[in-house]
Design a protein around this ligand. Structure first.
Ligand code: B12
Ligand code: SF4
Ligand code: SF4
Length: 383
């Protein structure tokens, strides 16, 4: 295929800027050869936990050409969602829940995807006006594509020791999206690593989720535990989660490159005030309908009510606030075993031994779920 006339890339950049994207670069589909063996090695250690889809899509993930053989260029786009203030402030408010920055606003998938489609359509129209024909597909976290290595290859930044993409201009606060195309576009230069001797992100992690720099053990990451993990959260990690009820930003927020970042310009990505530090007391009693109504257009809805209330109960257990006990006790009889189990754990953290014993006698004999029975058993051995 002959290269397109000079200027198509410049028009592409203008379309992307017009749709509000803050960063753009172009990578060849074969640009991430080093990522494939690393990904395979990572999955082989089991670090992906119960994200079975990572292992199932391994081959396609390792090379975009397996996903789409005709692909010639991958356009990587970044959208700045830099918070107005340090998101870790809420971690000190033990009776409130900490929701990660990306989830305080509207679901970014819904914001980015239509924009990617418009940019892609404009690119095809522009190429057509130059006598070029091509095809496009857009991705935002929705396909087995390694967005971070591709973004680094396209020069948007580098994969920092916390494994996410760090940008000189936006620090750790870029959402990534991709347009794959059969058009042969001029690639942009890759970005080098600027972490140097810094390891602030590694030190900041509350659960020790980095076995080594640049490698995450998802099974220990609060983001995985609160969002992806469907079962009971391992007991040894619960106390380390503090009041984080949906995702975590500690490693991102610790990055010194954030000092060059600007607040996100996007109104739709601005935090909703009610999600800045929501009182835990308002969240533990949500039923299905109330949960959906509380988080309209939010990514939080994706985890469903049971997983979310599980997280809230763990935060209550970590709060040291015995005032939560009536709300915790109410969840001991919840329909969902996941919720009941977390309530038992929170009870053990907040209640006096006498109350624990009384409630155990009341609930254990009727409990038919093995996980919840185990929570009761660990909590206080039978007298
Ligand atoms: C699976 C996943 C997760 C998992 C696993 C996290 C992870 N680091 O992969 C969990 C649920 C934990 C997660 C959490 C979060 N995620 Co996430 N996640 C993804 C997803 C779907 C796939 C990522 C992937 O392929 N992981 C596989 C592993 C192997 O990749 P990796 O960690 O990058 O591993 C590489 C390094 O270890 C490297 N490596 C190994 N050794 C060495 C040595 C050196 C020297 C170097 C340089 C590299 C290196 O090689 C590996 C392969 O490239 C992407 C979307 C996508 N399709 O890409 C979003 C994505 C990565 N997530 C994103 C976000 C925002 C988050 C959270 C911040 C959300 C939150 N606030 O809670 C946290 C951050 C946690 C963290 N520190 O990573 C953004 C990141 C944007 C950015 N600027 O990078 C993405 C790109 C989504 C998006 N479209 O914007 N996520
Ligand atoms: S998101 Fe939080 S728990 Fe996960 S690796 Fe970063 S600091 Fe650790
Ligand atoms: S905190 Fe330091 S080590 Fe971690 S990504 Fe940022 S610059 Fe790199």
């Amino acid at each position: 295929m002959t290269p397109p006339p000079a200027g198509l890339e410049a028009r592409l950049a203008a379309f992307a800027a017009g749709e509000g994207f803050d960063a753009l670069g172009i990578a060849r589909p074969d640009a991430i050869a080093a990522a494939a063996p690393r990904l395979k090695a990572w999955v082989a250690t089991g670090a992906h936990g119960d994200m079975g889809w990572m292992a199932e899509t391994l081959e396609r993930r390792a090379d975009p050409r397996t996903l789409w053989p005709e692909i010639r260029s991958v356009i990587m786009l970044g959208l700045n969602y830099g918070p107005a203030e340090d998101p870790r402030k809420v971690l000190e408010q033990r009776t409130a829940g900490a929701i990660s920055v990306y989830a305080r606003a509207e679901d970014y998938h819904d914001i980015i995807k239509p924009r990617l489609k418009r940019v892609a359509r404009a690119l095809l129209a522009e190429a057509g006006s130059r006598g070029l024909s091509g095809d496009v597909k857009v991705f935002v976290d929705t396909a087995p594509l390694m967005e971070k290595p591709l973004a680094a290859a396209a020069g948007l930044g580098w994969q920092g020791k916390h494994t996410n993409l760090v940008s000189r201009d936006f620090g750790s606060w870029l959402f990534l999206g991709a347009i794959a195309t059969t058009l042969e576009l001029q690639p942009t230069a890759a970005e080098g690593d600027h972490c140097g001797s810094c390891q602030s992100c590694l030190d900041a992690c509350p659960t020790g989720a980095f076995p080594s720099p640049y490698v995450i053990d998802a099974r220990r990451c609060v983001s995985y535990l609160t969002i992806e993990h469907k079962g009971p959260i391992p007991a040894d990690l619960r106390p380390l989660m503090g009041n984080r009820i949906y995702g975590c930003d500690d490693c991102l927020a610790a990055c010194p490159w954030n000092k060059f970042a600007q607040d996100g310009r996007e109104a739709k990505l601005a935090a909703r005030a009610e999600n800045d530090a929501p009182p835990l007391a308002d969240l533990a009693g949500l039923d299905d309908a109330a949960f959906r109504a509380r988080f309209p257009k939010s990514p939080i809805k994706r985890v469903g009510r049971a997983r979310f209330v599980r997280n809230v109960l763990i935060a209550m257990g970590n709060s040291g606030n015995a005032g939560f006990l009536p709300r915790v006790e109410a969840r001991l009889a919840d329909d969902e075993p996941l919720v009941r189990g977390a309530a038992v754990w929170a009870l053990g953290k907040l209640a006096e031994a006498e109350a624990v014993h009384r409630l155990k006698q009341q609930h254990l004999s009727r409990e038919d779920d093995a996980d919840v029975r185990a929570e009761w058993t660990v909590l206080a051995p039978p007298r």
